[in-house]
Design a protein around this ligand. Sequence first.
Ligand SMILES: Cc1ncc(COP(=O)(O)O)c(C=O)c1O
Length: 408
Amino acid sequence: MSKIYPIDSIRQDFPILRREVNGSPLVYLDNGATTQKPQMVIDAISDYYTGINSNIHRGVHHLSQLATDAYEVSRAKISQFIGAAHDHEIIMTSGTTGGINLVAHSYGNEFVHEGDEILISEMEHHSNIVPWQLLCAAKGAKLRVIPMDERGVLDMEAFQLMLNEKTKLVAITYVSNSLGTINPVRGVISKAHAMGVPVLLDAAQAVHHIALNVQELDVDFLVFSGHKMYGPTGIGVLYGKENWLNAMPPYQGGGDMIKQVTFEKTTFNELPFKFEAGTPNIEAGICLGSAIDYIQSIGLDAIAAYENDLLNYATESLLTIDGLRIIGTAPEKSGVISFLLGDIHPYDVGVICDKLGVAVRTGHHCTQPVMDKLGIPGTVRASFAMYNTREDVDALIAALQKASQMLQ
Ligand SMILES: Cc1ncc(COP(=O)(O)O)c(C=O)c1O
């Protein structure tokens, strides 16, 4: 028999869930933007500053060694969490955006030339569009966009036809942050690899919802953000296959990424430090490891099953509201439901929800091309985390009924 999901103790672990907003208990459904933090992560941040704060990698003194050890232990946890072959394939970045920009600059400088093509999809976050536009403009390369249908399902046939000898990289999201679509990433990777093309997966909305293994996926690059997976802001991860990372030039220059510097010539440090110039966000790097410990103490498979049930419940409940239209109806979804309530502007719906303590996000969710394609100004988005409940969904439904009465 499967273990009962410990929702009550999980909720106890997140102190912010005990607060009120506008006189009502907080119902936090904006997890796609950022997640709340468990006490374990909050304590780890405080423990770092009260116990071992020091700069890493360059110190012989005790505190520096403790901080360095903690940082590298965290790197090893991240590596194990995503199934990397080597810890040095884990590059600490500032977030998903930081990781994509690193690859666009470094891989792009070395491997993308005039006339080459980069493939992205129609449902990408701006962070996985703009760095490639900048690269293509600098190199005279072409950015090509794999279409999706009205449900938010990727057109795999079109993708197959778009792959050719000029394609230098496919960069695609695992889970769409505005539609919730889970993309068929295994098929994307195998088709791209059959043409010798590497793949970057944006796992910002995936890594805390779906258990993944980079070796089993055989993905070349994978990026995600700490703050969306119960960890601190200002830290993220770029996983890259060793062969690619070794073949790529450094991204930024500075301390830590060098072996030897003279005015004539600099030699570069080995992986992962070659890509980690300057003092990093040390406490966030360490505490991302604590967030992973927390996730693993519950178990990602248990979290995924629980969240999936919640998503189904939320979908069914939302569809009972008159005039409500779900935006993003792919058969495989995770974590996110976008919708519109009649003709009411998403912003107005969001304001009424907030008055009742329900935090949802409204707008284009940094996917303006998705909104343009669907001919809508934006959506209301409810996005779920391991601590949300059916009662949270019920509170959202009550708020939407109120909005509907007031504004329709
Ligand atoms: C799919 C996706 N990619 C990239 C990002 C950018 O993440 P960050 O702002 O943490 O770099 C987000 C953030 O919402 C996202 O949802």
